[in-house]
Write a protein that binds this ligand. Structure first.
Ligand code: BF8
Length: 667
């Protein structure tokens, strides 16, 4: 019998609790109540040998393997099925991220050729930097010419059949060699996705390790391919992020303005909506309908995209999407791709809210489809904004929770370089030195989704709080980053009060906040770049797997998360997932993804149930990496709390001397 949780058990976000209470009052369902009503199918998940596992790759089945030694109709074993299921999920995730990257590349091409309405090349310096990476000449060439070549080169990465993806050569040399040795160097993005689908078809690849090698190659084509293209080309078109103050949570919706919510993942149309919403004619039109203005708010990664580049406030993360509609204050919700619940149009129909789909790839019954075309994007954006304004007089009773927090996103690797190097030494030196001295124990990338099967935002909040306390620098993307924003951890230097003494000292000296919001989920590629730079800076080994760093996705739910986890581990950063293991039914696949991956790739992927265990494993992993580098054992008592006599004395010193005093003894 399914257990119905109280709303306090469902989420630790008070704004979300308020909206769940309202849903109960109105008799409306949400993902939270649906999750309670529908326990996860244990065989479908395949979380433990006891639960068994399901194969539905052909129609001799589906086969449920629930007894020891049982095989499918074709003879497939639990190990084969677990590896195949994981590989297919990775391919789904890699396809989603990479197709996003492809679309941005086509928008860049149309911009370069002068037929993308409203778009421009906002970051020429980044364009030239990416061109150099791609081996495209830049001297005495117009930015449009370079952009065209960059776009075409990026597009070629998807259909490339042989050779290696171009970004791979930016990884540490040792990492590239490991990939070659293990036979997982990706050739072309589409080729790797297709090959996984082929290899996992009935009657194909049936060796668990070999299937996983295919999954790794596919995931790498996401991290060092599609996602990296999405990040770099979005920066060229919309600007490379730098820190800016924004706000997050449902309280960003406004009672006296037209609220237009942007949800999904791609920045292309939403950037045009941001432009349209600031046009005086449309603002005046909103006023003519009795509103004080036009208020944009984001959800999910579209939110991260426009938050970190344009400062558009965020109404929250994945599980906030239905809750935003429950306020009754949303005139229109505009969605593009990924992480959009099918429940939204029905929920919207209980209010005045218009639900608008825009991607040629995503139609949802009950929504109004206004298909995005980059050639007339600005006109379409104006039409959408007008539609929202026209809907404002239809608004009924509203209930906007009064919760919003400041958030400071925008820590691109370019900015981190500048932030650290600009203080007193070039590049990542101060960060590496701080890790070497033990002031910073290590780095954790706390990222990923929400999942209604676990209390909303609870694991994110707990892990970030505890990691900071333990002097671990936290980098974040996606829904994890938005969760931190809600609880005041992603607020720039103001979050120093949460940091342990060593981390705090370093942050005060360098101006670096203890939590770095780096963007959306495709921007996990920025974390790969940061880790590469740390490995190449010196003092922390010479490969990503030497760096005391861990990835965490405690509330994961999407296939994209599995692709990210796989490419992170394959790149040398061990990852810890919460929820449950999709390969737990097979001790052999579990062993391959931990012991074997650790041996051949220097990193593993684990699934762990409790927050405390995730924390302890993270710290143990960081400490083990420190020991392997012969760094001093982390000692929380070694460094004084800033503001103490020693720090105050240090602050009197010239900058270079202060740096020496702080970091001189690191090596
Ligand atoms: O791509 S973290 S719930 S919104 S999948 Fe989706 Fe997960 Fe959020 Fe961004 Ni990423």
């Amino acid at each position: 019998m399914a257990k119905t949780r109280t709303n306090i058990e469902r989420t630790v976000d008070p704004a979300a609790q308020e909206m769940l209470d309202r849903a109960d009052k109105l008799g409306l369902g949400t993902a939270f109540s649906r999750a309670d009503a529908m326990p996860a199918c244990p065989i479908g998940m395949g979380a433990s040998p006891k639960s068994g596992i399901c194969c539905k790759n052909c129609y001799m089945g589906p086969c449920r393997l629930v007894k020891d030694g049982q095989v499918g109709v074709c003879g497939a074993t639990v190990d084969t099925i677990a590896a195949r299921n994981l590989a297919r999920a990775v391919a789904g995730g890699a396809a989603a991220h990479s197709d996003h990257g492809r679309d941005v590349a086509f928008t860049l091409l149309a911009t370069a050729e002068g037929h993308a309405q409203g778009y421009q090349i906002r970051d020429e310096a980044k364009l030239r930097a990416v061109a150099r990476k791609f081996g495209i000449p830049t001297d005495k060439r117009k930015k449009e010419e370079i952009a065209r070549d960059v776009a075409l080169k990026a597009i070629s990465q998807f259909g490339q059949q042989t050779g290696e993806l171009i970004y791979l050569k930016t990884a540490p040399k040792k990492r590239q060699e490991r990939w070659k040795k293990y036979g997982v160097t990706p050739r072309g993005v589409d080729r790797e996705v297709v090959e996984v689908l082929h290899r996992t078809h009935v009657g194909d690849d049936q060796d668990a390790e070999h299937i996983l090698q295919g999954a790794i190659r596919c995931a790498l084509s996401d991290g060092w391919g599609g996602s990296m293209i999405a990040t770099d080309l979005s920066d060229i078109l919309f600007g490379t992020p730098s820190p800016r103050v924004g706000q997050v949570n449902l309280g960003v919706l406004k009672d006296d303005e037209v609220n237009l919510v942007l949800h999904g993942h791609e920045p292309t149309l939403s950037e045009m909506i941001v432009a349209a919403a600031s046009e005086p004619e449309l603002i005046a039109y909103a006023e003519s309908k009795g509103a004080k203005g036009i208020n944009l708010a984001g959800i999910c990664c579209t939110s991260n995209e426009v938050l970190l580049r344009q400062g558009v406030p965020s109404a929250g993360n994945f599980l906030n999407q239905e809750l935003a509609l429950l306020t009754g204050a949303v005139e229109a919700m505009v969605v593009d791709v990924q992480c959009i619940m099918q429940a939204l149009p029905d929920l919207a129909s209980h209010f005045h809210t218009k639900f608008i789909t825009t991607s040629p790839k995503v139609k949802i019954a009950g929504g109004t489809h206004m298909e995005f075309d980059e050639h007339k994007a600005l006109d379409q954006a104006r039409e959408i904004v007008k539609l929202a304004i026209d809907n404002y007089p239809n608004r009924g009773e509203t209930a906007i929770p009064d919760y919003r927090s400041d958030i400071v996103p925008g820590f691109s690797h370019e900015y981190i370089n500048y932030m650290l190097g600009g203080s007193f030494r070039a590049s990542f030196r101060p960060l590496n030195d701080a890790i070497m001295s033990g002031r910073i124990r290590g780095v954790a990338a706390e990222v990923g989704c929400n999942n209604p099967r676990t209390p909303h935002d609870k694991s994110h909040e707990f892990l970030v709080r505890e990691l900071l306390k333990n002097d671990v620098l936290v980098v974040q993307t996606g829904c994890g980053a938005l969760a931190s924003g809600k609880f005041g951890y992603a607020i720039g230097e103001a979050a120093l009060e949460f940091a342990g003494p060593g981390l705090r000292e370093v942050c005060e000296a360098t101006g670096m906040p203890p939590v770095l919001h780096m963007g959306s989920c495709v921007d996990n590629s920025r974390i790969l770049t940061v880790l590469t730079q740390m490995a190449e800076e010196g003092g922390l080994g010479d490969d990503i797997s030497d760096v005391p760093a861990v990835g965490l996705a405690p509330e994961w739910m999407s296939e994209k998360a599995l692709s990210i986890g796989t490419y992170a581990a394959a790149s040398g950063a061990s990852v810890i997932f919460g929820i449950d293991s999709p390969v737990g039914a097979s001790p052999e696949v579990t062993r391959l993804m931990t012991e074997t991956w650790d041996r051949v790739l220097g990193a593993k992927m684990e699934f762990v149930k409790t927050d405390e265990e995730m924390l302890q494993k993270t710290l143990a992993h960081i400490d083990a990496k420190r020991a392997a580098l012969n760094l001093p054992v982390y000692d929380p008592k070694r460094f004084g709390r800033s503001g103490d006599a020693r720090m105050l004395a240090l602050e009197e010193l010239p900058e270079a001397e202060m740096a020496d005093a702080l970091y001189g003894g690191a090596k």
